[in-house]
Write a protein that binds this ligand. Structure first.
Ligand code: NAD
Length: 499
């Protein structure tokens, strides 16, 4: 228990859950109610050292566990996750504020990574070439790195950590997880299932905290690789510090994803997809379509219907299974104030608010961190709203005369996670796909987030590192190759059988 009487999240080290005495806790909220539901201890080097030692001790036996046996644990985890699915999703909705259906998407995509990881033995296979010189053979095989760590953001309590640990442990590594201090409860429950599935003690470990904890992970000599997902300034710093300390680092950062609306786009389906892309998970998605560029008379054709749809969205609490809104709360009171401030700044900068989410009140949850969906038009590139990632339920609309102009606007901003085009023209789609400077592209798809079998290929300031998260790049990241060249001396025909 913390001082406030809320349960303090335990650490998970060497297969044991335990609390830590004398640490201050950071509150975990239920954003739908604005109430504190738990607290997380702010760990430092002492706890990190202990967790890394646990992972290091577990590594030799886990590395030597045959890949198919490691995969068997993940098959059991998958079954346990399916059994607990609805309960876990309600937990995600409660600690994050997203709707139950969005929570189901969050966990479902995470389970898909577990399914991918069940098949990893095939991807661990090496390559060989016999007789590279007379009597000499050569082969490469993959080896795990050792202790690897994952540091996660708040917006996908299930999916983001599950981008990391299933692949890492299937490859034979042992893992140290630092969930977001804002949403630590989902992974606590999931790791309970790993334990039940028979994962040996020490293969998975959890510590909690913020910067001090992360710094201790980055500086620890026994941590071989870091997977990070979060905002761009932190991602850039994690990559810098982690590589300075000799680690492999994949660091995914923030985003500002442009959605190009062409005049020939299908009105109803485009408007629905753009609404979902911008306001799904209250815009707290690194793949949110947060900036639309209407080309030619696309604005005239699409915006009235989009504004009507946005204004009809129901906002409310998501922690009650029976009554679900279209959109939930944002993560915290501070974040709500930040996003409202950005809308103010956008308006003062000359943009026109078509649907205004500021001041949204929810009668049955008056303390919740609610901000209604906001549609803001005639945003210029110099508007303050364009200077940063908003990460809230705000869709900014810009205008462009041509597709070339729209692509140029998209390419002038610093990020490069996702981008999408809505059109019926194959030529326009091809032009866009080839020229937009973003790593994940949608053609009539608003949120082109790749499935587990593909890498999550952010570009520019949306990613720092070489090997992306997920898919075969994930396997590459969590393994190192060994190349062996073999020669057996022989002294003439029949020698082998002579004795
Ligand atoms: P954040 O950067 O504030 O925090 C992410 C993690 O870093 C947390 O675990 C936090 O404790 C830790 N952290 C925060 N400040 C730190 C510091 N100074 N030093 C060391 N560690 C620090 O991000 P957030 O607000 O939790 O998540 C939202 C961000 O994540 C958005 O920018 C979003 O676009 C991004 N995101 C990106 C992707 C992607 O794939 N590119 C996916 C999901 C989220």
């Amino acid at each position: 228990m913390s001082d406030s009487g809320n349960p303090m999240c335990p650490l998970y080290i060497s297969g044991k859950w335990r609390g830590i005495a004398g640490k201050t806790g950071s509150p975990v909220f239920n954003p739908s109610r604005g109430s504190v539901i738990a607290s997380v201890p702010m760990c430092g080097p002492e706890e990190v050292n202990e967790a890394v030692a646990s992972a290091k001790a577990a590594f030799p036996a886990w590395r030597d566990t045959p890949p198919n046996e490691r995969a068997q644990v993940l098959f059991r985890v998958k079954i346990l996750l399916e059994d607990a699915f609805e309960e876990l999703c309600l937990g995600i909705a409660t600690e994050h504020g997203k709707t139950l259906s969005e929570a189901r998407g969050d966990l479902r995509r995470g389970i898909e990574v577990v399914e991918f990881a069940c098949g990893i033995p095939t991807l661990l296979m090496g390559e060989s070439l016999e007789n590279i010189a007379r009597g000499i053979d050569c082969h490469t095989d993959r080896h795990p790195l050792g202790v690897v760590a994952g540091i996660c953001p708040f917006n996908f309590p299930a999916l983001v950590p599950m981008w990391m640990w299933p692949i890492a442990i299937a490859c034979g590594n042992t893992f140290l997880l630092k969930p977001s201090e804002k949403v630590p409860l989902t992974m606590q429950r999931v790791v309970g299932l790993l334990e039940k599935a028979g994962l040996p003690p020490g293969v998975m470990n959890i510590v909690h905290g913020g910067r001090e904890c992360v710094d201790a992970i980055l500086e620890h000599p026994d941590v071989k690789a870091i997977s990070f997902v979060g905002s761009t300034p932190v991602a850039r710093e994690i990559h810098r510090k982690g590589t300075l300390h000799g680690k492999r680092v994949q660091a995914a950062g923030g985003a500002k994803n442009f959605i190009i609306l062409m005049p020939d786009a299908d009105v109803d389906r485009t408007v629905e997809a753009v609404k979902d892309g911008a306001f799904g998970c209250a815009g707290e998605r690194c793949m949110a379509g947060s900036t639309a560029v209407a080309v030619g008379d696309a604005g005239k054709r699409l915006l009235p219907a989009l504004a009507d749809l946005v204004k009809s969205m129901k906002v409310g609490p998501t922690d009650v299974r029976e009554s679900q809104p279209d959109m939930g709360a944002v993560i915290s009171a501070e974040h709500k104030a930040r996003v409202s401030g950005l809308i103010d700044a956008g308006e003062h900068g000359g943009a026109k608010v078509l649907a205004d989410g500021r001041g949204t009140k929810v009668a049955d949850a008056p303390e919740g961190f609610f901000l209604g969906p906001t549609l803001i038009d005639e945003v210029e590139e110099t508007n303050p709203l364009m200077a940063t990632e908003v990460f809230g339920p705000v869709l900014a609309v810009m205008r462009a005369k041509t597709l070339v102009e729209a692509i140029a606007s998209a390419n002038r901003q610093a990020f490069g996670n996702g981008a999408a085009i809505f059109t019926n023209s194959g030529k326009a789609a091809r032009e866009f796909r080839r020229n937009v400077s973003a790593g994940m592209v949608g053609i009539n798809v608003g949120v082109p987030a790749p499935l587990a079998y593909f890498p999550f290929t952010g570009w520019n300031d949306s990613f720092f590192g070489d090997l992306h998260i997920q898919g075969k790049e994930g396997v590459e990241f969590y393994t190192q190759r060994k190349t062996t060249t073999t020669r057996w001396f022989s002294f003439g025909d029949g020698e082998i059988w002579a004795k």
